[in-house]
Design a protein around this ligand. Structure first.
Ligand code: NAD
Length: 492
């Protein structure tokens, strides 16, 4: 059995408590590795290493072009290691190899893109209303960034933070989810191989309470970039307020996927399926509320049942599997709980609705792809994030009604619109309150495009040129062209 320690200042360090916890394979249920159980002392050690690397030495003195080159080197190493990393992710979080193999390769693009941006962070020479002064701006890194990620896509969520943060010149302490720590730890070896100096990127493991919170509260952490639940996000935001510390929060969603009667029918069916059953519904952007225009509702549901009902459930390492296991035991229980909640609130279960025990599954963590009809938008199944393969179908009559229902939720991460009317596509995309709107597609993300939430789905943006600004602060520098004694008691 493999044992993973913390990665601090370029070396593997045993946890100060000497305690470890198990990590399992969600498909088989077998424990396959032991992970260091970190605490406040470990967080302190990692933050100190990141602080020292930020303040002095090779990284602190490095020119941005060189930082960019290191990120591009890392991108090449990621491409070389992509299939190994993909398999590791599948073993640890149960997502499909069909998706993870491609995703780990695609990760490289974030490091290449932000590597390219590293030496294009430009300040400005400002016009001045004061005579005899030269005023210019410089964009500077913030310092030690704590990066905390959720269990569903550890390396992708890390890339969204680490690539722009390093391009901007910050240093990092990474804390992956206690359920899926292995891939982020293995990734540290690639960072080292790329030549990124010791201490610039550190990785500590353990629970949110035991090691995450002390890291957030550490006086030398200058920014937190977080992906996870609203509950933890709120705690981090409160802690950040005490230190007046900037945060990026990527939180949950309850995204509407809206199908109009003029849509390409089959494309919309596939879009609805991909919105909720891909990754076993364990994605923040899940299109968990399917709004279907009344005139095509029954026909659409019938086709959904045919396609979703035929989904192959089983081994995530098989390239033809469609739906894999649920990653964690608490999440498995939460999904089953929400199936009951939907029934209690009066929704009609037309597909699935319970644990899956069929052929081809091992372990005890499979649920059936589930569809509820007769859902009204005030039901808990339409308002609360499940993070699992449960689709709520909600009928609507008009564009106005679709928009009202679509926006009537506390979240605002993403939305989908299926229509062949360009005017409607534009109207809907403008009026939907979400950080991402997809028209006639769903679940597309790119290193080039900003991603983040409106409302309670978060704060700040990841990816695209917007993202680097989240890891910079601007300084205004004033230089008097000649010195002159002036009245010291009034503002200049
Ligand atoms: P979670 O909030 O339970 O945990 C996320 C991370 O935060 C873990 O590493 C955990 O250990 C840590 N953590 C928890 N409490 C903490 C605290 N007080 N201080 C510091 N760290 C703490 O979330 P999860 O169950 O791992 O992930 C699922 C959630 O993540 C869903 O709500 C999902 O929508 C969201 N998510 C959002 C995005 C996005 O980009 N918006 C992407 C993926 C997942």
């Amino acid at each position: 059995m493999k044992t993973y320690n913390h990665f601090i200042n370029g070396v593997w360090v045993e946890p100060s408590s000497n305690a470890y916890f198990d990590t399992d394979n969600p498909y088989t249920g077998e424990v396959w590795a032991k992970i260091a159980r970190g605490n406040a002392a470990d967080a302190d050690q990692a933050v100190n290493a990141a602080k020292a690397a930020f303040n002095d030495g090779e990284w602190a003195d490095m020119r941005p072009t060189q930082r960019g080159k290191l990120l591009v080197s890392l991108a090449k190493i990621i491409e070389r290691e992509a299939s190994r990393l993909g398999e590791l992710e599948v073993r640890d979080n149960g997502k499909l190899i069909a998706e993870m193999g491609a995703q780990t390769k695609y990760l490289a693009e974030w490091y290449r893109y932000f590597g390219g941006l590293a030496d294009k962070i430009e300040g400005a020479v400002l016009p001045s209303d004061k005579p005899g002064v030269f005023n210019f701006t410089r964009y500077e890194p913030i310092g030690v960034v704590a990066m905390i990620t959720a269990w569903n896509s550890p390396l992708l969520l890390l890339a969204w933070k680490l690539a722009p943060a390093l391009a901007a010149g910050n240093t990092a302490v990474v804390k992956p989810s206690e359920f899926t720590s292995a891939s982020s730890l293995e990734f540290m070896e690639l960072i080292k191989e790329a030549g990124i100096p010791d201490g610039v990127v550190n990785c500590i493991t353990g629970t949110g309470v035991e090691v995450g919170q002390p890291m957030v509260d550490h006086p030398d952490v200058a920014k937190v970039a977080f992906t996870g639940s609203g509950v933890a996000g709120q705690k981090i935001y409160e802690s950040a307020a005490k230190k007046i510390m900037p945060v990026t929060l990527e939180l949950g969603g309850k995204s509407p996927n809206i199908v109009f009667e003029d849509a390409d029918f089959e494309a919309a069916v596939m879009g609805a399926i991909s919105g909720i059953f891909a990754a076993t519904g364990q994605t923040c952007i899940a299109g968990s509320r399917l709004l279907v225009q009344q005139s095509i509702h029954d026909k659409f549901v019938k086709r959904l049942l045919e396609v979703a009902g035929a989904a192959k459930i089983g081994d995530p390492m098989s390239s033809d599997t469609h739906v894999g296991p649920v990653t964690t035991q608490p999440q498995y229980e939460k999904i089953l709980h929400y199936m009951n909640v939907a029934r209690e609130d009066g929704a009609t279960c037309v597909l699935g609705g319970g644990p899956y025990k069929g052929e081809g599954v091992k372990g005890n963590r499979f649920v059936e792809p589930t569809i509820f009809t007769g859902v009204t938008n005030d039901m808990r199944i339409a308002q609360e994030e499940v993070f699992g393969p449960i689709l709520s179908v909600i009928p609507f009559d008009s564009e106005e009604e679709a928009l009202r229902i679509g926006n009537d939720v506390v979240f605002g991460l993403a939305a989908g619109v299926w229509t062949s009317d360009i005017g409607r596509a534009l109207r809907m995309s403008e009026k939907l309150k979400a950080g991402t709107v997809w028209v006639n597609t769903y679940r597309a993300v790119s290193f080039m495009s900003p991603f983040g939430g409106y409302k309670r789905s978060g704060q700040g943006r990841e990816s695209g040129q917007e993202a680097i600004k989240e890891f910079l602060q601007v300084k205004s520098i004033w230089i008097a062209q000649q010195t002159s004694p002036a009245n010291p008691f009034i503002m200049r």
